[in-house]
Design a protein around this ligand. Structure first.
Ligand SMILES: *Cc1c(COP(=O)(O)O)cnc(C)c1O
Length: 233
C-alpha cells in the first residue's frame, strides 16, 4: 500500500462525494448506500485507516490472507468475504468473517451451515449471482437463483441478507448497467416469491459504483479508488 492516512482520507472523501452525487442524480437517500472498503492485498493498516475514517466494514477476497489480518485489525470492524470460497475453507471462513458475499452453490451452503451450527453462530450471507452471464465470473446463473435461495433460506444457521454481483470487465457502461438492473430485478422477483426482505444489493466497484447506485445498489465494494492500484498478484 502506497498511501498515507492523509491520502486515504482525501480518496475516501472523493469516493463519498461520488456516492452522494450518484444518489442525488437518482433521488436516493445517501444513507441507503454503504461503503465496503476492499483491503485485499493491502496490509492490515488499510483496515485501520478505514476504521479511523469511520467505515464499519471491510472486504477481503482470500480466506487465508484475511485470517492473518483479522486478529490484528481494529476492534469492532466487520469483515466480509467477497472472493470465491471453496467448501474446504468453510470452517475458517465461518469462524472469521461477519458475512460471506460469495455463496453460489448448495454444496457451499451445506458446508457453511454445518460449520456455523458447530460453533453456534448465525452467519449472514449474500448469494452471488452471475447477473452479467460472464464465463469469467463465479456466481450462480440467473435461472438457478430461485432454487439456491430456497435451499439457503431453510438453513437454521444462515441468514440471507440479499444478493451480490460483479459486472463483466468492459469499457461499455451499458454492460454494467444491464448486469446491475438484472440483479435488482431478480431480487425483486425473489422477494415477492419468498417474502424475504433481501434488502442488501452488493454491486458496484471503483469503476462502476455510480452506475450501480443508479440501479439500486445498497453497498458498493471499493478498493483501488481508496487505496490506490493493487500490485498484480
Ligand atoms: C477487488 C474487488 C472489489 C474492489 O475492486 P476495485 O476495482 O479495486 O474497487 C470489489 N468486489 C470484488 C468481488 C473484488 O474482488
Amino acid at each position: 500500500m502506497h498511501v498515507s492516512y492523509d491520502d486515504f482520507c482525501a480518496a475516501a472523501d472523493r469516493v463519498r462525494s461520488r456516492i452522494a452525487e450518484a444518489c442525488r442524480q437518482c433521488a436516493r437517500d445517501v444513507r441507503e448506500v454503504s461503503l465496503l472498503a476492499v483491503t485485499k492485498t493491502h496490509p492490515v493498516a488499510a483496515a485501520h485507516y478505514a476504521a479511523r475514517f469511520g467505515l464499519k466494514s471491510v472486504g477481503e477476497n482470500r480466506v487465508q490472507e484475511a485470517c492473518e489480518k483479522i486478529p490484528l485489525g481494529p476492534p469492532g470492524m466487520r469483515w466480509e468475504l467477497i472472493g470465491h470460497l471453496q467448501s474446504n475453507k468453510a470452517r475458517l471462513a465461518t469462524k472469521w468473517f461477519d458475512r460471506i458475499q460469495s455463496v453460489d452453490s448448495e454444496k457451499l451452503i451445506l458446508a457453511l451451515q454445518k460449520e456455523a451450527a458447530l460453533i453456534g453462530k448465525t452467519l449472514p450471507i449474500l448469494l452471488q449471482i452471475n447477473a452479467g452471464d460472464d464465463p469469467a465470473k463465479f456466481g450462480v446463473d440467473l435461472p438457478e437463483a430461485p432454487k439456491l435461495l430456497e435451499y439457503a433460506r431453510i438453513q437454521p444457521n444462515l441468514h440471507v441478507d440479499g444478493l451480490m454481483t460483479i459486472a463483466p470487465l468492459s469499457d461499455d457502461p451499458d454492460i454494467a448497467r444491464r448486469t446491475f438492473s438484472r440483479l435488482r430485478e431478480i431480487r425483486d422477483e425473489l422477494r415477492t416469491k419468498s417474502g424475504l426482505p433481501l434488502a442488501e444489493l452488493s454491486m458496484g466497484m471503483s469503476s462502476d459504483m455510480d452506475i450501480a447506485i443508479a440501479e439500486g445498489s445498497t453497498q458498493v465494494r471499493v478498493g483501488s479508488a481508496l487505496f490506490g492500484a493493487r500490485e498484480s498478484t
